[in-house]
Design a binder for this molecule. Structure first.
Ligand code: SAH
Length: 216
């Protein structure tokens, strides 16, 4: 049942306080997190874990990112109302929902057929309407670009050139880049066609960004 009870709202408020204590200062982002019913993104048996600040397994061996990580990546993106944002790795759809709460237009790509089918059905039911794509995020979505912001929510072994091409000038690209066990969060600002300014923003661990697609 798609139910958001008083108890869930109370737990969510506590989670938001925890994120604020951990250094997330942007009140708009905290308010967005306060509005998204994260427990509905998980199987019903795991609802008690929904408002703990941890990543959690979802279908197809994938994860819903840790709330702190979602808040942190969202902060780096400097989201403005109306921003056109490309997300690689739809997963549960939670990160996409947070971006939509901030007034962004969200284009999101997932390579796992099973996840893609279920998230595409679920998110609109609770009022979130990104554009969903099944495909390989390494290729981006050229026909829908260029984008104001691009976000990768899986561990990228390198920064795909194709994605940088689909970013507007002065656009922001955020991605965890590195090997399987640990990645550096990178924020890249596109100053010009071949001019990029990169900042390293700490260590994170994501599931891998894989090539091609899976499932049918
Ligand atoms: N943003 C998600 C995080 C999901 S975990 C959330 O909020 O829940 C990362 C997701 O990236 C997984 O679902 C995985 O299947 C997907 N993924 C990995 N490589 C990909 C690729 N090349 N293209 C698109 N999605 C990819």
């Amino acid at each position: 049942m798609l139910n958001d009870t008083h108890r869930h709202k109370g737990l969510r408020k506590k989670l938001v306080d925890e994120l604020r204590r951990k250094g997330i200062a942007n009140e708009e982002i905290l308010e967005a997190i306060n509005r998204v019913p994260r427990h509905l993104f998980m199987d019903s048996g795991f609802i008690d874990h929904a408002y703990v600040d941890k990543a959690f397994p979802i279908a197809a061996g994938q994860t819903i990112s840790q709330p702190y990580t979602v808040a942190f990546q969202t902060s780096l993106l400097e989201v403005k109302r109306g921003d056109k944002i490309l997300e690689i790795g739809t997963g549960s759809g939670y990160q996409a929902a947070v971006l939509l709460e901030l007034g962004a237009r969200v284009y999101t790509i997932e390579r796992q057929k099973e996840l893609f089918m279920s998230v595409q059905k679920f998110l609109p039911k609770i009022g979130y309407h990104p554009q969903f794509f099944f495909g390989d995020g390494y290729l981006g979505k050229e026909n829908y670009g260029p984008f104001d912001k691009i976000l990768i929510t899986a561990a990228a072994p390198y920064i795909p050139d194709e994605l940088l091409k689909q970013l507007k000038t002065n656009g922001i690209f955020v991605a965890p880049v590195g090997g399987q066990n640990a990645q550096k969060m990178l924020k890249i600002i596109k100053k010009g066609e071949t001019d990029f300014e990169t900042t390293e923003c700490g260590d994170f661990v994501f599931v891998p960004m894989l090539k091609g697609t899976d499932g049918q």
